[in-house]
Design a protein around this ligand. Structure first.
Ligand code: UT7
Length: 324
């Protein structure tokens, strides 16, 4: 018994924020952003458009692609760090909006690794008897971005991607998932205020602690090392070589990180899905959006061997290999 991706879909908000727009907001330039990150533009949720709104659109598209009704879902997992509310789980709002009447629903917090972590949870549930799990990565990063901080505001964007994970007894499906973490590096990427450590207060607002703080340069180095390391251990666990992979779909944070990883692994650019230029870093949504685009562009076909690779706050890093 394997768990396979029966359908995939994504949704990004209509509003495009370009590098030229950012030049008018902070001391930056289109040239700096493109050269240092590879990002040209990102999507920003409309006022009043929240995480669950994006998640529902992506979820509907994944269900349509799978040819399934929401009523067959056993579980909905929403990977996010920007849920509608601290309480209840965004997944419950999605469950209601989709009419998934028999589904359990909860959120999963693993930052940019959220989708791959949630995929591994779905994989385990399918192997122990569930039939259909909807996994969604959905983020409104613009809500936790400090639009006065040029170190971070040029990097992030909003969006959602979803996958219906179903039982499959054939050859296709998730071959393995690999999850790692290192909390000693928790301060590299953090939203320091607004949680139980430092609850919302005037001080939090004054010091802008409700927004993402990131030590970009240190994160960059760890990202390259961990992505390479986990890709190698994933390949070896499956007795695969780099050449066997048809498409590598990494978390889209920075083109320079991905180029360094490709070079270290010996992966040609034609075998790597890249869309960071159009969406920036959409955290947990980035891999499912990229997967959906790769399927729609015909870069993933039935039988393709696909490897995912993610890293992010925590720190966490994760990978998966899927026979599509
Ligand atoms: O998914 C979450 C994981 N996070 C990431 O993947 C982020 C990983 N890190 C990065 O992508 C890169 O480190 C950044 C894109 C964030 C920064 O690039 P960098 O090459 O590491 O630059 P830096 O932080 O070393 O800064 C270089 C210079 C600094 O100026 P000085 O001190 O050399 O004068 C910064 O102040 O660039 C300056 N700078 C900017 N200049 C123009 C920082 N941000 C900007 C900006 N525009 N937006």
């Amino acid at each position: 018994m394997k768990a396979c991706i029966a359908g995939i879909g994504s949704y990004v908000p209509a509003r495009v924020l370009t590098n030229a727009d950012l030049e008018r907001m902070v001391a930056t330039s289109d040239e700096w952003i493109r050269e240092r990150t590879g990002i040209r533009e990102r999507r920003i949720a409309a006022t009043g458009e929240a995480c669950s709104d994006l998640a529902v659109q992506a979820g509907k598209r994944a269900l349509t692609a799978a040819g399934l009704s929401a009523t067959v879902l056993d579980m909905i997992l929403v990977a996010t760090c920007t849920g509608d509310y601290p309480l209840p789980a965004t997944a419950c709002l999605v469950q209601h909006q989709l009419g998934a009447t028999k589904a359990a629903a909860c959120d999963l917090s693993a930052a940019c690794c959220g989708f791959v972590y949630a995929l591994s949870v779905a994989d385990a549930y399918i192997k122990t008897g569930m039939r259909h799990v909807l996994v969604i990565g959905s983020e409104v990063m613009s809500a936790i971005t400090d639009w006065t901080d040029r170190n971070t505001c040029v990097l992030f964007g909003d969006g959602a991607g979803a996958a219906v994970i179903s039982a499959s007894d054939g050859k296709r499906g998730i071959l393995s998932t690999h999850l790692r973490s290192d909390g000693t590096l928790c301060e590299l990427i953090m939203v320091p205020g607004g949680g139980s450590r430092t609850p919302p207060s005037e001080k939090v607002i004054d010091e802008r602690l409700q927004y993402i703080k990131m030590k970009g340069n240190e994160t960059f180095k760890v990202a390259v090392r961990t992505l390479e390391e986990i890709a190698r251990s994933t390949l070896s666990a499956n007795h695969l070589r780099v050449e066997d992979i048809d498409l590598y779909v990494p978390h889209q944070a920075n083109i320079r990180i991905l180029k360094a990883v490709m070079e270290r692994l010996g992966l040609p650019i034609e075998k790597v899905m890249l869309n960071v230029d159009r969406y920036g870093n959409t955290s947990a949504a980035s891999i499912p959006i990229a997967l959906d685009e790769a399927v729609r562009e015909g870069r993933i076909k039935d039988g393709s061997l696909v490897m995912l690779g993610a890293f992010g706050a925590g720190l966490t890093w994760a990978s998966a290999v899927i026979r599509w």
